[in-house]
Design a protein around this ligand. Structure first.
Ligand SMILES: [Zn+2]
Length: 400
């Protein structure tokens, strides 16, 4: 089954069309950043406009067959020269965070992933996270917070003609497909089944934790990992139940931000259900020693599961103790390919949520990265795999 067809099935098989009606929005954002001390929290009001939320099932049903056909990737990518330039499918672009919590206009007049930048970068698709900061409501985020952020995500898509929500079917020529994820799902410990509504509205990757430990799992930057890396604390009982539910509904668990112990627990579960392990935005710890990066053993386990790890452009994850450059992304890519294989590396830029190197400052620079990867010895087919093919493969996964 093609990645797009699987996405359609996942959306159409869901019983609820959305989770955007009548929920209160977060009154004030308390933001924890990707890297400690990165930027000050903002109390700017989130965008409150009604988004272009549509009934998911009906939108998928009405998607034109011709569009579906045109969005299906060629089964045989060879000869690669016939494929044109590689088009990024970026597994983590934090634009909804900027609009919901930092006061950016939903029309995206600024930032690291404006419409003009996505177009210049040749983007095929972005994954927008519904990022639920640990600090909301005095450290107790609620599912209703996720629903409010989802509304903001819809508003962004509604206000930018370049963007095409996956709920409307395959993106026509000239549009950038928007897929969704959740980052920091601790609130769902209150109501595990609430995740169903989010998968129904198009969420494809679900990250149980962000910067802090929560009731589902321990975090790469949480207290448990600091005290005892790889120690006993990891995925909790309710966290395991939550991740089982994510898989049962046809979405994938995102191990980015998980502690090593949580990774191990999730990997066992993924292997049990036959799901690919996905790290949407994580690099190699052997290249830059940061707990947010993946060990070689984790990279191998991702590969064995048929999964993918997305290259993260945040400077603090690319290099330690010095300024990072685009070449550091190439270094991580080469290492990850050497350890996990060319079929298991993708893109997860973290644009609009992190600090990229100056020579990879925004989404328009993706062709420069492709050129650097080619220069490092990768073939055109290899670059296509990293830019999109590998992510399409994991998106095509369906539960047994
Ligand atoms: Zn993140």
């Amino acid at each position: 089954m093609s990645w797009w067809a699987a996405t359609c099935v996942a959306l159409a098989s869901s019983t609820l069309a959305g989770c955007v009606a009548g929920e209160p929005r977060a009154s004030e954002a308390l933001v924890e950043t990707e890297a400690p001390g990165r930027s000050a929290p903002s109390s700017a009001s989130p965008a409150a406009s009604e988004g272009a939320a549509v009934g998911v099932a009906s939108a998928v049903a009405s998607a034109p067959a011709s569009a579906a056909a045109s969005a299906t990737p060629s089964p045989a990518p060879s000869p690669s020269t016939a494929r044109g330039a590689p088009r990024p499918i970026d597994m983590h672009v934090d634009t909804p965070y900027q609009v919901h919590f930092k006061g950016r206009a939903a029309s995206l007049p600024e930032g690291q992933a404006t419409s003009a930048m996505l177009r210049a970068g040749g983007y095929e698709a972005v994954v927008y996270p519904i990022y639920i900061p640990d600090y909301l409501n005095g450290g107790k985020p609620r599912v209703s917070d996720a629903e409010a952020i989802a509304k903001t995500l819809d508003a962004i898509v509604g206000e930018n003609p370049l963007l095409w929500p996956a709920s409307r079917g395959p993106a026509p020529e000239g549009k950038v497909l928007v897929l969704q994820s959740i980052e920091g799902a601790g609130a769902f410990a209150d109501d595990v089944e609430a995740i169903d509504r989010f998968v129904a509205r198009g969420v494809r990757f679900v990250g149980p934790v962000h910067a802090r430990d929560n009731r589902l799992a321990t975090s790469a930057t949480g207290d448990a990992q600091k005290k005892k890396p790889g120690g006993a604390l990891g995925l909790s009982e309710i966290g395991e139940r939550f991740c089982e539910r994510v898989y049962a509904k046809g979405a994938l668990v995102d191990v980015s931000h998980m502690s090593d112990a949580s990774f191990d627990g999730l990997a066992e579960l993924a292997e049990r259900v036959g799901a690919p392990i996905v790290a949407t935005h994580s690099n190699a710890r052997a290249v830059a020693d940061h707990p947010r990066n993946l060990t070689d053993a984790q990279l191998r386990r991702i590969a064995q599961s048929g999964g993918v790890a997305g290259l993260n452009f945040h400077a603090g994850f690319l290099a330690r103790g010095r300024e990072a450059t685009l070449d550091d992304v190439v270094r991580h890519a080469k290492h990850m390919i050497a350890v996990a294989g060319i079929d298991h590396v993708g893109l997860g830029s973290d644009f609009d949520g992190a600090t990229p190197p100056a020579d990879l400052a925004d989404a328009s620079r993706l062709p420069a990265l492709a050129a650097a990867l080619r220069k490092s010895g990768l073939s055109e087919d290899d670059v296509h795999k990293i830019y999109g093919d590998n992510v399409k493969r994991v998106l095509a996964w369906r539960p047994r």
